[in-house]
Design a protein around this ligand. Structure first.
Ligand code: CTP
Ligand code: MG
Length: 233
């Protein structure tokens, strides 16, 4: 289905500690953000792209987008907000008319901080979201153990249910926009898109698709050389 890609690059990258937004840091010859756009340059589902930037980095991000691979449709660079949720809400506002008119039926949300997500993963979440209402990549976490503590009422976690959720995440567009409208009314902010969609429902189930261990997120400084090695090899 005709879909929109939202790439979130409006953070500050504080934990990387480079003194600048990690989305703009160089990685294997191009900015992290350029890699995060690269794998969808040939996506037939991508009718348009919205890149969300910090208000004080709009020009810099627009320059990265202009120098990146040509996109399969128009690209907007818009100012984000103080949180990931707020940045996403800004992108959804831009898409509202296309969603209402049915020109955008699925919205794919991707963190610029994941430069290694490959085309197959994007295709998988778009396809699954078109069938179910929403899809998120999940990888099992075998390095976590059940811990008893006050945060879970003393009950061990069900280890089989523990996984890490990645981006790209894809959702049926109309329920997604409705969820963010409801969230704005309530002042609710989820940690990711799925959290908001699951809270407000209305769009069918959010299903898990197999994530990829290569699809690492650049969070700390040590993640950059790992990402560079994966991109080079
Ligand atoms: N993001 C955003 N707007 C915000 C905060 C985050 O668009 N106000 C984006 C980031 O650019 C990133 C993604 O959300 O691509 C995931 O967030 P995170 O990894 O936390 O990135 P930062 O917030 O930039 O990093 P940090 O938390 O270390 O400052
Ligand atoms: Mg953050």
């Amino acid at each position: 289905p005709p879909s929109a890609l939202v790439v979130l690059a409006a953070g500050s990258g504080r934990r990387v500690g480079a003194g600048t937004n990690k989305a703009l840091l160089p990685l294997a010859g191009r900015p992290v953000l350029a890699w995060s756009l690269h794998r969808t340059a040939g996506a037939t589902w991508c009718a348009r792209t919205v890149v969300v930037a910090r208000a004080d980095e709009l020009d810099e991000v627009a320059a990265v987008v202009a120098a990146a691979d040509p996109r399969p449709g128009p690209v907007d660079v818009v100012a984000g907000g103080a949180s990931r949720h707020a940045s996403e809400a800004a992108a959804l506002t831009v898409l509202a008319d296309d969603v209402a008119a049915g020109r955008v039926q699925v919205v794919v949300v991707h963190d610029a901080a994941r430069p290694l997500a490959d085309a197959a993963l994007f295709d998988a979440v778009v396809g699954a979201a078109a069938r179910s209402g929403g899809a998120v990549p999940v990888v099992a976490r075998h390095d976590l153990v059940p811990v008893e503590g006050p945060w879970d009422g003393g009950h061990p976690l069900a280890l089989a249910d523990v996984g890490s959720v990645q981006t790209p995440q894809a959702f049926a567009a109309r329920p997604l926009l409705a969820a963010y409208t409801s969230a704005a009314r309530d002042g609710f902010e989820g940690t990711d898109t799925a959290a908001c969609v699951e809270r407000y429902g209305g769009g069918g189930a959010v299903v898990a698709v197999p994530g990829s261990r290569r699809n690492l997120k650049v969070t700390f400084a040590g993640d950059l050389p790992v990402a560079a090695a994966l991109l080079g090899g």
